[in-house]
Design a protein around this ligand. Sequence first.
Ligand code: FAD
Ligand code: AMP
Length: 475
Amino acid sequence: MSEAFDVIVIGGGPAGYPAAIRAGQNGLKVACIDEWRNRDGSHAFGGTCLNAGCIPSKALLESSELLHRAREEFATHGIRLAGIEFDVAQMHKRKSGIVKASTQGILALFKGAKVTPFAGHGRLLPGRKVELTASDGARTVYEARHVVLASGSTPMELRSAPFDGGSIVDSWGALDFETVPRRLGVIGAGVIGLELGSVWRRLGAEVVMLEALEAFLPMADQQVAKEALRAFRKQGLDIRLGAKVTGASVVAGAVSVQYSDAAGAQSLEVDRLVVAIGRRPFTAELLADGTGVTLDERGFITVDAECRTGAENVWAVGDCVRGPMLAHKGKEEGLMVADLIAGRYAEVNYKVIPSVIYTAPEIAWVGQTEEQVKASGRACKVGVFPFLASGRARAMESTLGFAKIVAAQDDDELLGVHIVGPMAGELIAEAVLAMEYSASTEDLQRTIHAHPTLSEALHEAALAADKRAIDFPNR
Ligand code: FAD
Ligand code: AMP
């Protein structure tokens, strides 16, 4: 038996690495084990989010949106650029630089918090022992007072369209296309599918998105979803709803996709196919027999509201447990667990987790949709303010979309805030804070918002909920 730790975290993604840092800040002796391998075989902390998810996708979304604006919008500003060209290799180079800076930063943060990093595979053994298998196969067993499981998730595969690493790829593959496919198919019009479809559409691909459900973005407020669907289709994203993929095969370099919709059996030919039908918890080789940690029927590690598993002093956080698969949700769980271990007070307010889709327009929301509030039977009032009426949005040439507030009729409590439009992902932070503090619409109405800013749309939406908006006619 070798060294003992107060806390060993297995998984160094956005749930695991913050847990390790916070535990270190709390004066505990901590190690974090992570097995991520990049395509070149190198190890990096940061998990899916930093290496193959949130960060590289946002880097490409930014590059492709700039190109789109340069082509479509600059002339309106009186800026004329002749012969705009782009270089996919340079976009990838920039993206990789951002990823590298972020993942290497974690090692510096670990150093500051005195966290011991281990590259390799971690496995929980009974009795809170953790076995580390290094890349050379060497095994070491460590003892821990507490173990935090943060093993994340992995893309779901469609049995009828298996990944082949070239023509049929997962989201990571779709972030690395060396050239722009002429015809791109995307299975799943969820958050990840829409972001990836947007990147390659802006770079010139003909993009067809096949979505099994009839409803578009069913988890979002439907007024927002409707506005977004219209905007995406106008951008040339061919989003086909009620289209269930039943098969895909690669013939002579092209992918033939079979699907069924209301009209019957259909087929589609594309050059590359991205399968973005969701993610599943990843717990392969994580748990030895007899640990007492259990999985639910969908493969998530079973935890209580404070992320305790069934085994004493074994915790689990992030995508490998129930709840939305979001980096910031995992981070808060990681921080909560590290504080609970140190005997501090901590909790996660699962009712106030923001969701953001980084398309253009962006989509962001927190709390309940209008449909959910109505279904709950609670009487509500709704305030909507379009960006068309925002001076700042007009100056930015970004007038699509609106901010919407759903509040209780009886006590004015903010129940949900939904934004589709420019910088929605940034604007939602105000609503998150307001809801965290149980604000009412009156609180938002009485809060001074700088002029001219996009944030005024939230102010006006709050006013509109009481038919007191100033900059747009009240209905
Ligand atoms: P992960 O990030 O998956 O990290 C788990 C880590 O644990 C990995 O490094 C893995 O190798 C390691 N590991 C697993 N098992 C072991 C083991 N036994 N031993 C050692 N190491 C192990 N979320 C957002 O909030 N915003 C976004 O904009 C966003 N964009 C996304 C875009 C894409 C394309 C994708 C795919 C995802 C995106 N997500 C986004 C989701 C986000 O990436 C996840 O919610 C987040 O990464 C979950 O964090 P985690 O720490 O739970 O797991
Ligand atoms: P998300 O869960 O946000 O990542 O979105 C994944 C999307 O993929 C969901 O909207 C699913 O309905 C969709 N999906 C799952 N299976 C299929 C399929 N066979 N064909 C088309 N869409 C699918």
